[in-house]
Design a protein around this ligand. Structure first.
Ligand SMILES: [Zn+2]
Ligand SMILES: [Zn+2]
Length: 307
């Protein structure tokens, strides 16, 4: 897998999630108008500011903020951008609106699954004024000028609020986290199973994306891949394997085995991540990130596949 630094008019911003390099991305798309796709986490506002500036833009240039899904590592700085760019609106799937106007909504959901220490590191998100929020429709097209258009495609699965955007000029696809954590520099790729995720639905959404004429995949975690079909096919396979594990374990009345089988599947990918990215992100993955996802996926299987 190869990473691409930037496309002609699409710029990657490293939002420094939890301080990690190249782990969570936002993107700027330049037409006559400037769009920002996702905003990083509230505790890393300065990283977003610095990223926008490093590409030669200022926050007041931004007229559209698009949100791929309602997780805190993507919506944390919407209010800041809108405060500093009075002409801007934020565009989001209708089921995501409450997460912007009332940040405690997602926190309450996450508290059930995520360690408090991890949750605190997300930072405190400012609520977004309802008057600045615009709801997306599946199929909407936004003309940014200079031949650049973004087409909205609803892709529930990672979250009910999931949307992807097809970018016309380079044939890029801005995906929500539905393709999982994919770090081409470490050749490491594993699916994500946060609270609210539905792998069965995600596979249906991903299959739709395979039909699109896409050259580049602009991923939340992390970067621009020039092998979109390979990444999408791989994550479909991973998710299908997880579903098969879930169905088998629930069928045998052994839900407690789901976790160990998930770890078996993920550990080789996490070890590859460790070899290239080092100990800090690896320790986060094995002590905080993956345990919470194992817990949630087990619960999902128990509800979804019970006899
Ligand atoms: Zn994310
Ligand atoms: Zn996410």
């Amino acid at each position: 897998m190869n990473l691409v630094e930037r496309l002609d008019n699409v710029y990657v911003i490293d939002t420094k999630m939890f301080g990690f390099d190249n782990y969570c991305a936002a993107y700027l798309v330049e037409g006559e108008k400037i769009a920002l796709i996702d905003t990083g986490m509230a505790s890393q506002t300065e990283a977003l500011r610095a990223g926008i500036k490093s590409h030669g833009f200022s926050i007041s240039d931004i007229s559209h903020v698009f949100i791929t899904h309602t997780h805190h590592d993507h919506i944390g700085n919407v209010a800041m951008i809108l405060n500093e760019s009075p002409k801007a609106s934020v565009y989001i799937h209708p089921v995501g609106v409450d997460y912007l106007t009332d940040p405690s909504k997602e926190l309450a959901e996450l508290k059930q699954h995520i360690p408090l220490a991890m949750l605190e590191r997300f930072g405190v998100m400012e609520p977004v004024p309802p008057s600045r929020i615009k709801c997306l429709n599946d199929g909407d097209v936004f003309d940014l000028g200079n031949g650049e258009k973004l087409k909205i495609i609803f892709t529930p699965g990672h979250q009910p609020s999931g949307v992807v955007m097809f970018e016309e000029k380079n044939r890029g696809l801005f995906v929500d986290d539905i393709v999982g954590n994919c770090f081409p520099d470490a050749d490491s790729h594993y699916p994500l199973n946060p609270p609210g995720a539905d792998n069965m639905q995600a596979i249906e959404s991903l299959k739709k994306l395979l039909d699109l004429p896409v050259n580049f995949l602009c991923m939340g975690h992390y970067g621009i891949s020039n092998q979109p079909k390979q990444v999408i096919t791989q994550v479909i396979n991973y998710m299908q394997q997880l579903i098969d594990i879930g169905i088998k374990c629930i069928g045998e009345n052994k839900p407690e085995d789901i976790g160990s089988k998930m770890w078996e599947m993920m550990m080789p990918e996490l070890e590859k991540l460790r070899a290239v990215r080092g100990e800090t992100v690896y320790q986060y993955a094995i002590h905080e990130h993956i345990p919470s996802q194992v817990e949630f996926f087990t619960k999902y299987c128990q509800e979804r596949f019970k006899k």
